[in-house]
Design a protein around this ligand. Structure first.
Ligand SMILES: CC(C)(COP(=O)(O)OP(=O)(O)OC[C@H]1O[C@@H](n2cnc3c(N)ncnc32)[C@H](O)[C@@H]1OP(=O)(O)O)[C@@H](O)C(=O)NCCC(=O)NCCS
Length: 183
């Protein structure tokens, strides 16, 4: 099912990228993209050796978004390569069905040129029109300046910090929950 139409956007680096719904056939390139950007970021709580998804599991993950009406997975594509993604994972519990959690990331060389803004804007636009969703939320390291600035700019409100939520040997980082009403 087609949830959104593909969109072509020019970024601050003057490159034109396409933002579109992920399809099953994207599994291999999307997995490659995610496997590359996770170790390139200090703000995704996963070690490289914990990324163990197979292409088949990635296909199932993509299919989840195609099958669930309160969920959306978008990819950003440049010259047939996937460079980033955003997901709105809607809850499958009835009492939280109106909520979805946001996850996003991109290759290092594409950060801070407006791609996050374009991905999040497209996802919010979709959520605003979705008949089920009322609230979207996310969690972010309080040190993640790019992320925090982006989420504040897009109208997310700060809704509580859990201190020392992330631990890297002897270093701890705080976790901020942010929420946004849609429509
Ligand atoms: C976090 C992330 C999704 C943001 O997307 P992005 O494309 O880099 O963000 P954008 O370029 O659209 O916006 C970043 C904003 O932060 C601003 N910014 C840049 N450096 C900053 C700093 N040191 N302090 C405050 N703001 C800063 C930019 O000016 C921009 O704001 P503007 O559009 O008003 O000029 C992306 O950087 C990323 O994938 N990072 C690694 C993975 C990650 O952290 N995922 C999110 C987990 S919650």
């Amino acid at each position: 099912m087609n949830k959104t139409e593909p969109k072509h956007i020019e970024l601050k680096n003057n490159k034109k990228v396409c933002i579109r719904q992920a399809e099953i056939k994207d599994a291999e390139l999307l997995l490659e993209c995610i496997k590359t950007y996770i170790p390139q970021s200090n703000y995704i709580p996963k070690y490289e050796n914990e990324i163990t998804l197979s292409i088949e599991q990635e296909e199932e993950w993509i299919n989840y978004f195609l099958q669930n009406d309160n969920s959306l997975l978008l990819v950003a594509e440049y010259e047939n390569i996937i460079i980033g993604n955003i997901d709105l994972t809607g809850s499958r519990r009835k009492v939280m069905e109106h909520t979805a959690v946001v996850g996003m990331g991109m290759l290092k060389e594409w950060r801070n040129v407006g791609l996050g803004t374009a991905l999040l804007h497209t996802a919010i636009e979709w959520a605003n029109k979705n008949p089920i969703l009322e609230l979207i939320w996310l969690q972010v390291y309080t040190d993640n300046k790019l992320g925090l600035n982006l989420y504040r700019k897009m109208g997310f409100e700060e809704n509580g910090i859990i201190k020392n939520f992330f631990k890297y040997e002897n270093d701890y980082f705080d976790n901020l929950t942010m929420t946004k009403k849609v429509k």
